[in-house]
Write a protein that binds this ligand. Structure first.
Ligand code: CMC
Length: 428
């Protein structure tokens, strides 16, 4: 415990509060007793200055553009690791040994199938349903099928639920896609890697043998690594808040999926590609940059800006390299990539974006690459949800294991009418 303190003069008295230090990053002022001591709350809508929990999983330095999982830089993990290994790291805090990794991968692959009756759920959706709508519903429904792992007080139950969620997400997402195009569901093949299996369930058909393209498999696995966790972002905080009431893990992850869907969060990859396609050719870029700067125009450059990164998002750097690799290997030429490169260059030299420290984020290039692989735009956010599931369950587990954990319950600044007397309707 640090002996640093902060003093606040509030409500006519000086109140001293403990200052806590993490391993790295800014200190925090512990304000938990502030209401009792001063009769005042703090006010921080959007949590711009508020740490909501202790966490040992992921660290971000937004000013320097640093992202670490378990202390390891994202660039090194994306380059040298695999999604299964990073998943193990997020869940356990350490990289696995060879045998541990093999065991973990085997365990995950044993949970890839869905209860057959759950497959019937898909038929209740319209064919044109957004995959995220289906994901919210089907993931929430998992709690109705896997009762044997919903006792959140039991660490074994939590572990099994976590494995089930990570393992079943590719099957759920691929089935949402297959349903939308009217093709039969493809069941998992556990001889393939996590990512290879997902590619086969998405793009394979029962009538033909599907060959996994190793370049695409590696690129997609890297995209999954880049999306695996991002500390206390909106959807993760949603999962934690839902979980803080004791709700079962499947329901909590469904809540996270719902939050991720929004265009300011996970939905930005879909919105970014739509925007790049709408821009179409480099000569139209200046017009869109002007629109993004116009306060009277709601248009924003999608895939630009971040609440935490005030520097280049380190995930966007890896993503840009990956686009080049995939395009070269698949011999794809797509004018959208050229538009993206030039838009980035122009925005980064524009005083508006410089002053506001708006840089490309992970979503700026992810749509370009996912579309080159063959995914329709509506699947982009579903892929983000698939990859983020491990981060959600790791953070949820961390919260439930914390003996000091309480139900999340923010306070408010009330601005409605003060108390008044009810007037019967015939007298109003
Ligand atoms: N284009 C134009 N102006 C922008 C943009 C943008 N993409 N992003 C922020 N600004 C401006 C904004 O208008 C504001 O200007 P002012 O100070 O004059 O009012 C200033 O920059 C600060 O923006 P903010 O909305 O107050 O910042 P925030 O931290 O609340 O929002 C954000 C962060 C990511 C929601 C926002 O930058 C945004 O809407 N970006 C586009 C959507 C996007 O790419 N989202 C993906 C985020 S990364 C993936 C993920 O974590 O899910």
């Amino acid at each position: 415990m640090s002996d640093k303190q902060a003093t606040l003069n509030a409500g006519g008295k000086d109140v001293t509060m403990a200052v806590r230090s993490g391993t790295i990053g800014p200190d925090v002022i512990d304000i938990r007793k502030m209401y009792a001591d001063t009769g005042m709350f703090t006010y921080d809508p959007g949590f711009t200055s508020t740490a909501s929990c202790d966490s040992a999983i992921t660290y971000i330095d937004g000013d320097e553009g640093v992202l670490l999982h378990g202390g390891y830089p994202i660039g090194q993990l994306a380059e040298q690791s695999s999604f299964m290994e990073v998943s193990y790291l997020l869940l356990n805090g350490e990289l696995p040994g060879k045998a541990e990794l093999a065991d973990f991968s085997r365990t995950i692959s044993r949970h890839t199938m869905l209860h057959e009756q759950l497959m019937q759920f898909y038929r209740g959706f319209r064919r044109d349903a957004h995959p995220m709508a289906i994901m919210c519903g089907v993931v929430g429904a998992l709690s109705a099928f896997y009762h044997d792992s919903t006792d959140i007080a039991d660490p074994i139950h939590r572990k099994i639920s976590s494995h089930r969620l990570i393992a079943k997400m590719p099957t759920i997402a691929a089935a949402a896609y297959k349903y939308s195009i009217g093709q039969p569901f493809v069941y998992p093949d556990n001889t393939l890697s996590y990512t290879g299996n997902f590619l086969r369930m998405t793009f394979g058909v029962p009538a033909e043998k599907y060959e996994v393209n190793p370049v695409v498999e590696k690129a997609l696995d890297r995209i999954f690594i880049l999306h695996a966790d991002h500390e206390q972002n909106a959807s993760t905080s949603t999962v934690r808040l839902a979980g803080s009431s004791g709700a079962n893990p499947f329901a909590c992850i469904a809540a996270g999926i719902a939050c991720l869907w929004g265009p300011a969060h996970g939905g930005a990859n879909e919105a970014a590609l739509n925007m790049l396609q709408e821009i179409g050719t480099p000569d139209k870029i200046p017009h869109y940059i002007e629109r993004a700067k116009d306060k009277n125009d709601p248009f924003r450059l999608m895939g630009f800006g971040h609440r935490v990164y005030k520097n280049y998002d380190p995930r966007a750097t890896v993503m840009q390299q990956t686009v080049r690799e995939v395009f070269e290997s698949l011999k794809v030429t797509n004018p959208v990539f050229e538009v993206a490169i030039q838009l980035e260059e122009m925005a980064l030299s524009d005083p508006y974006f410089i002053e506001k420290k708006l840089f490309p984020n992970v979503d700026f290039y992810s749509g370009v690459i996912l579309s080159a692989i063959g995914f329709p735009t509506t699947m982009f956010t579903a892929l983000f949800a698939l990859a983020r599931t491990v981060g959600w369950v790791a953070q949820w587990n961390e919260m439930i294991s914390d003996p000091g954990q309480k139900i999340g319950r923010p306070r408010q600044l009330y601005t409605g009418p003060a108390q008044r007397d009810y007037v019967p309707v015939d007298k109003r």
